[in-house]
Design a protein around this ligand. Structure first.
Ligand code: AMP
Length: 283
């Protein structure tokens, strides 16, 4: 496994790999890896000849009051986890390497970024699509792997790839959870022991919604109210949003019943830690 820190070197390597007719799989991450990341890595190892994992805490996707500076980082731990997975390259650039002082170009996907985290975190998805677009041009992957945990991100990247004709297949992978159901996230490391218990309210909300649908209680307003009640009675919580949307357009649906597939998406502060989760409800 090789660690590449320079854009030019990564791009030259990628061109060489392609020249030899070998396929490249890219797994973009912000590091502090867990099993969720590793399922993406394993899928890339299975599908492609050469796997590149990027580790870059991307400053432009964090708002001014968000957790960029305290985001967990442990490169040595990540390196050893990826070595065990027999990853070929880690792309590990510095901020200066990715963003020159005169950097002034961004990618903005409209529509699917309007609601959910797009509404709560202005500029977030523009930061994500800009860095992912850059990574695509640097690593030249044939396939790139993203988790359904960040469902809106996955939909946004797919739209960017379609609209801008990136010759890349985007592969979404299911959410990996802890044994008790909490979706794995690097941000779970912020939680105190008590907050960790409260964090389970996101998964409990999903179970509650699924149960209501199975019991024939498919009214969207009722499901949202029931979830809000469950979360509000959990200590340390503050709801950012509880929404039910179209899984493709991400338009929020306020009225009517669950029919066909609908996305339940949640963002909840547990203390100062903002966690997200989602599930497809099938009416
Ligand atoms: P991050 O390092 O948080 O930016 O995540 C890097 C990639 O891993 C993204 O595509 C995430 O959606 C994905 N990911 C993060 N957590 C999980 C999880 N629990 N299950 C599946 N994929 C995940």
């Amino acid at each position: 496994m090789e660690i590449i820190t320079k854009v030019n070197q990564m791009q030259m390597l990628a061109k060489d790999i392609k020249k030899n007719n070998r396929s490249i799989g890219l797994v973009p991450t912000m590091g502090y890896l867990h099993e969720g990341h590793l399922t993406l890595v394993r899928a890339s190892k299975r599908d492609t000849d050469v796997t590149v994992v990027s580790i870059f805490v991307n400053p432009i996707q964090f708002g001014p009051k968000e957790d960029f500076s305290r985001y967990p980082r442990d490169f040595e731990r990540d390196r050893s986890m990826l070595e065990k997975e027999c990853v070929d390259y880690i792309f590990y650039p510095s901020i200066d390497e990715m963003y020159q002082p005169d950097f002034s170009t961004t990618i903005n996907v409209e529509g699917v970024t309007k609601n959910l985290c797009g509404a709560s975190r202005p500029g977030h998805f523009q930061g994500v699509t800009t860095v992912v677009g850059k990574l695509f041009n640097i690593v030249l992957p044939d396939k790139a792997y993203f988790g359904e945990k960040d469902y809106q991100q996955l939909v946004t990247i797919k739209k960017m790839v379609k609209d801008l004709n990136f010759p890349i297949e985007i592969i979404g992978m299911p959410i990996v959870r802890e044994n008790d159901g909490l979706a794995m996230s690097s941000r779970n490391s912020y939680l105190s022991e008590e907050e960790r218990k409260s964090a389970l309210c996101l998964y409990k909300s999903i179970l509650l919604a699924k149960e209501m649908v199975i019991m024939g209680k498919k009214n969207i307003k009722d499901i949202i109210i029931a979830i809000e009640e469950l979360i509000k009675k959990t200590p340390f919580t503050k709801i950012d949003y509880v929404k039910i949307c179209d899984p493709e357009t991400l338009e929020c649906i306020e009225d009517g019943n669950i029919d066909g597939k609908k996305l339940l998406a949640l963002a909840v502060f547990i203390g100062n830690t903002r966690l997200i989760d989602n599930a497809i409800l099938e009416g």
